[in-house]
Design a protein around this ligand. Structure first.
Ligand SMILES: Nc1ncnc2c1ncn2[C@@H]1O[C@H](COP(=O)(O)OP(=O)(O)O)[C@@H](O)[C@H]1O
Ligand SMILES: [Mg+2]
Length: 509
């Protein structure tokens, strides 16, 4: 201690005597002010021309091995290409001055805005975002020094410098051991000890890169918890659920159990990210599956509600009054779940989403309005087959349809009719040009809007209705449905159909 104080006194009296200015052969540093007394020596801020710089003095004479090592590491860092030291603090010069027969070494570096220690005190942003930023900074910066076989040995918030763009830089690598313990102030040593690896305080234990990895763990722990790790890691789950398993392996007291290199941590993070993404996508597909089951469940409930007798019982209805009730119910269902559950019709080989359904009891005409097509499909009804199964998936809603006579427009028969501009009824074929011919003397009008009607005149007689993943509508079963078109439905046939569609279970996507 005496020695330290003597050295410190010598340097500070000298600077005072020189009017806060030191003149080197290459120029003068002015406005010198002491800003700290770190583990390794005195720290001054000053100015070189108009630039803010920092001067760090070492108390040691040049015979020490540690000092040799520091010098080597300092030069090794200078030898890195610029791109290889983007996360390391910028050192400007290495020099020495003689004060009353004592030679003091010093280096000059850029003065940064702050250190991580002060930065967290004024930081108001998101904590886990900062954690992630510091973690990636430490990985990158340690990789840069470890690539030159330099072990930092003294990672702590004070040695992470912050510039005015909130970018971090690592400083003071390789100097921790430079000041031997007998010369460290008691308070400092205790303070440093909190971040450094346990093996660093055991005499004679070789220090590996893994010591820096312990300190990395401590820094992240400290950011999250406000204090360093002392043996209990009952941290809560953080937003970033990668952090906890990472910390567990960084903070092992036993060196062998710890990550051995930054590359190992990076591989761990990648693997963990992949694992979490897998869990997430499994979760997503389960959610989708749940949604499909839910749609089938609600639709089965609609069948039951429309015709309770259909519960677990293949039923067929054949009267207009029942048609009306059941289809009105279906229309209400479509409108209630619009945007959430699409209801499809399928004949096996063709299908569409329904927008609306209309039934006219008097004429026994069904109008299906198809989504996106602006088309109304018309037919008449013979039967509705209903079955509400306990499994939901095999519930049935099948219309047996009968083709209507074609429209008669201007004494011509057609299956395609359009209402043009809200008033004129025409054959759809007559407006395909976008214009409507009204006759020699009446001229031509432009078709601004039209609603199209089609009297169904296909071969199919059965239309299954339901959500897209209901067994009867599900695309994997379309051949089974298509095969029904040529037979007359009976309970036996329907049973066979149900058995077939059951063979294609709805799977988790
Ligand atoms: N380049 C720099 N720019 C700004 N402040 C610095 C710089 N280097 C050191 N400091 C400040 O000086 C203090 C003492 O530095 P140092 O001798 O490295 O001891 P320690 O890192 O143990 O605090 C640091 O805590 C920091 O606040
Ligand atoms: Mg420092």
């Amino acid at each position: 201690m005496v020695l330290i104080n003597n050295y410190a006194k010598k340097i500070s009296s000298f600077i005072k005597y020189k009017d806060n200015e030191i003149t080197f052969p290459w120029g003068a540093i002015t406005d010198l002010r002491q800003i700290g007394q770190g583990g390794s020596g005195l720290v001054y801020s000053g100015k070189y021309n108009d630039n803010d710089v920092i001067l760090k003095f070492f108390y040691k004479n040049s015979s020490s091995n540690d000092f040799e090592r520091f010098k080597n590491e300092y030069f090794n860092i200078q030898l890195l290409e610029n791109a290889e030291k983007t996360h390391l603090a910028s050192y400007i010069n290495f020099d020495s001055i003689e004060i009353e027969d004592d030679l003091f070494f010093l280096y000059i570096m850029k003065r940064y805005k702050s250190t991580l220690k002060d930065y967290v005190l004024v930081y108001t942003g998101d904590k886990s975002e900062l954690c992630e930023k510091v973690l990636y900074f430490l990985l990158k910066s340690l990789k840069q020094i470890h690539s030159k076989d330099i072990i930092h040995r003294d990672l702590k918030p004070e040695n992470i410098l912050v510039d005015c763009n909130d970018k971090f830089y690592l400083s003071d690598f390789g100097i921790a051991k430079y000041c031997d313990n007998s010369m460290t102030k008691v308070g400092d040593r205790l303070a440093n000890y909190k971040f450094s690896a346990p093996e660093q305080s055991e005499k004679g234990t070789p220090i590996t890169k893994s010591a820096d990895i312990f300190a990395l763990g401590q820094l992240i722990f400290w950011l999250l918890e406000g204090h360093t790790y002392a043996g209990t890691l009952d941290i809560d789950e953080y937003e970033n659920n990668l952090i906890k398993p990472l910390l567990i392996k960084c903070l092992k007291y036993n060196v062998e159990e710890r990550f051995q290199s930054i590359e190992e941590i990076e591989e761990f993070i990648e693997a963990e990210k992949r694992r979490l993404a897998r869990i997430e996508s499994m979760h997503q597909s389960e959610l989708i599956y749940e949604k499909r089951l839910e749609a089938n469940r609600l639709f089965t409930d609609l069948i039951r509600h429309s015709y309770p007798n259909s519960h677990s019982h293949i039923s067929v209805i054949e009267s207009e009054a029942y048609f009306n009730r059941v289809l009105t119910d279906l229309n209400a269902f479509i409108n209630k779940y619009i945007g959430r559950i699409d209801i499809w019709y399928s004949t096996g080989w063709s299908n569409q989403i329904l927008k609306n359904i209309n039934y006219d009891v008097e004429s026994n005409i069904v109008q299906l309005m198809l989504k996106d097509l602006n088309l109304v499909l018309e037919f008449s009804l013979e039967q509705i087959w209903l079955y509400a199964d306990v499994s939901d998936y095999t519930s049935l809603y099948i219309l047996k349809i009968k083709n209507l006579e074609p429209y008669e427009i201007n004494d011509k028969k057609t299956y395609y009719k359009s209402i043009v501009n809200g008033e004129i009824e025409v054959d759809t074929n007559d407006i395909r040009s976008g214009y409507l011919e009204l006759g020699e003397t009446n001229g031509v009008i432009r078709v601004d809007t039209h609603i199209d009607f089609e009297r169904y005149n296909g071969e199919d007689q059965y239309i299954a209705i339901g959500p897209l993943f209901l067994g009867a509508v599900y695309h994997r079963n379309e051949d089974f449905l298509h095969d029904l078109q040529d037979v007359d439905l009976t309970e036996e046939v329907v049973k066979g159909f149900i058995k077939n569609i059951r063979s294609h279970k709805l799977e988790i996507v």
